[in-house]
Design a protein around this ligand. Sequence first.
Ligand code: HEC
Length: 137
Amino acid sequence: MNWKPVIFIVTGLAAFGAQADEKELIAKGKTLFLTKICFTCHQTDPAVPAPAGLALKAPMFIGEFWGKEREVALGFGGKVVKVKMDEKYFIESVKMPMVKVVKGALVPMPPPPPPITDEDIAALMAYVKSLSKPQVN
Ligand code: HEC
């Protein structure tokens, strides 16, 4: 028997499954972004302002931001260093927002309303990451 087509189908299905999982995680993250009130401060759509975020100068999740460098203060008003937006920084930013405070923000981010689990943060991260796209223009 020729196993090639079988292997092809199995790996194809696995890739399809992984994609479906990722989609589900992003969808869950999108819901959490609303229910955990992230949207009130972090603008994700150029046409829909986030008033509280504008007042506090919270970073917007628009354009290509994932993997990019930003300047943060180590503690509010602390020493300024550069960090990259990656998974570790994202998780820390949500769990312990006081540790690294984006330069230019008027206040540090308040911790999100509990309960927030590691799974919730993973979903939020998948959603936020999916928003990062190169700017067209
Ligand atoms: C009351 C407003 C407010 C809410 C609500 C809020 N944030 Fe923030 N967030 C900020 C501000 C202000 C900063 C910048 C200051 C800082 O780093 O603490 C920030 C920074 C961040 C950063 C670092 C961004 C960067 O560009 O370096 C991430 C990631 C983040 N927030 C995720 C979230 C998520 C996820 C939620 C929802 C669970 C959320 N935030 C809810 C105000 C908010």
